[in-house]
Design a protein around this ligand. Structure first.
Ligand code: HEC
Length: 444
């Protein structure tokens, strides 16, 4: 409403945010957090056993952590700012207002993390002998700082789905210390370690030539997994329990599975990872390849699933009970329905609907209220209008749109006057029949 809208069209605005976020979370969790914890654990063991092969492996891991986090990690991190800021500026604006200082602290922590990472890697060969203890301490500080970035950002993400009393008190601490923050932080922490092990375990035979060394490292991996898997399971359930009631009911829809299938799949998958953990601890020279690959694939899918479910159960809000997913404040809905959204919008080519600008007005309304989830045509068929409303008349749309939030609780209510509803309906019916008509002709 107060910002211009960008329509990434066929790709879908929501999809773009989702892809960027999932990639970033994978890198942050698996590499920056899981990877650091494992590298430092391996360095510790190498020093204890006086084993230069382990020390060299830990250094090699740190090199990769440095490369990946400062390239793809940093680019996707900035990418999240880019996608969310241009696609849903209202939401980012509101989050900045609520969490201004948390974000500032996040930046300080992140810079410290990068400095520690550079120090940890580049002093590896200098800080030896007497100084090795100091080097190890830098590694531990690095782990704490990279975990701290997760702790802060999770407070913000969790507040989006469950701001607790914030909606009434508007107090920063009520928002930050929300009921979903602790379970979500614990879940992500141990998911990060699990992801780190899952990915590294695939490459271990190439990274460590000596069987003896490999078994030592596998045992370290196994110990971390044995602790992480049960904690993930418990904190996962705790997370689900901490959600607002309406969000709980959406888990089934968001995961695309029945409740039983959802529980069986996740518990079953974690159980198999736990089996791998026991085998790793047992010190077997060879790990079953199927289980190794399964663990890597499953843990990557699990974190993706977690992000997708988290995004979807939050609907119809982007900040629960405060701002709808289209950026409109819940508190403004009634007034805007009376006054009209176009006349109140800062960036729109139409302020007042006339017979000649009706379609353009409809398009503007679609951009303001629907494109955070829908596209006219696009990769995600279940959200593409050409798929969902193929053959619907303008009248059918005029009947549906005012009730859409009741038909599908994931959608915010349509906000606008009768004329605006009519303009949106006419635009949608026209563009969809035109696009589908063209496709049909093209196919002939
Ligand atoms: C917060 C995200 C979101 C927003 C915003 C949103 N929708 Fe939806 N909409 C959905 C989802 C998700 C579905 C699919 C629901 C399902 O199939 O389970 C859907 C389905 C639909 C359908 C198909 C209904 C059916 O029963 O077949 C129509 C039509 C529709 N939306 C129109 C709109 C219009 C028009 C707007 C803007 C005024 C809009 N939506 C805004 C998420 C959204």
């Amino acid at each position: 409403m107060n910002f211009p809208t960008i329509d990434f069209g066929w790709l879908g605005n929501g999809n773009l945010i989702g892809m960027m976020a999932v990639l970033h979370v994978m890198i942050n969790h698996a590499v920056a957090i899981g990877g650091c914890v494992l590298a430092v654990s391996i360095e510790y063991r190498g020093r204890k056993d006086n084993n230069p092969a382990l020390d060299a492996y830990a250094k090699q891991l740190t090199k990769w952590i440095l490369i990946i986090t400062t390239t793809v990690g940093a680019m996707t991190g900035v990418g999240i700012w880019f996608t969310t800021t241009v696609i849903l500026p209202e939401a980012i604006g509101a989050l900045l207002r609520i969490f201004h200082w948390a974000w500032f602290v996040e930046w300080l922590v992140f810079v410290t993390e990068v400095v520690l990472l550079l120090t940890y890697y580049y002093t590896w060969d200098q800080w030896k002998g007497e100084k090795k203890q100091r080097h190890f301490r830098v590694g531990v500080a690095l782990c704490i700082m990279s975990w701290f970035t997760l702790v802060i950002i999770t407070g913000i993400l969790a507040a989006q789905i469950n701001p607790g009393n914030w909606v009434e008190t508007l107090s920063f601490w009520d928002a930050f210390l929300n009921p979903t923050w602790v379970p979500s932080t614990i879940f992500r922490t141990f998911a990060a370690i699990t992801l780190g092990v899952a990915v590294l375990n695939i490459f271990i035979r190439w990274n460590l030539k000596e069987m003896r060394d490999r078994i030592v490292v596998q045992r370290i991996f196994g110990k971390w997994l044995v602790v992480s898997v049960p904690i993930m399971l418990l904190s996962g359930f705790w997370y689900l329990r901490s959600l607002p009631d309406q969000a709980k009911t959406l888990v089934k829809w968001a995961s695309g599975m029945s409740e039983t299938a959802f529980i069986l799949l996740n518990v079953g998958g974690l159980f198999l990872i736990f089996v791998l953990a026991l085998l790793l601890m047992d010190g077997k020279p060879k790990m079953p390849a199927v289980l190794t690959i399964f663990t890597a694939a499953f843990s990557l899918l699990l974190i993706t699933e977690f992000e997708i479910v988290r995004e979807n159960i939050r609907k119809p809000y982007v900040i629960y009970n405060y701002m709808y997913a289209n950026g409109i404040l819940k508190a403004d809905a009634e007034r805007l329905t009376k006054e009209g959204v176009l006349s109140n919008a800062t960036f729109t080519t139409v302020k007042k609907i006339t017979a000649s600008n009706k379609l353009e007005a409809g398009e503007q309304l679609f951009r303001m209220q629907c494109i955070s989830c829908h596209s006219i045509d696009g990769v995600r068929r279940s959200r593409a209008m050409t798929e969902r409303i193929d053959g619907w008349s303008k009248d059918a749309l005029m009947g549906f749109i005012p009730n859409m939030h009741q038909v599908h609780a994931v959608m915010p209510p349509f906000i606008g006057t009768k004329e605006e509803l009519e303009a949106l309906s006419e635009y949608l019916a026209t563009i969809v029949s035109k696009r589908n008509g063209e496709t049909a002709q093209g196919g002939k």
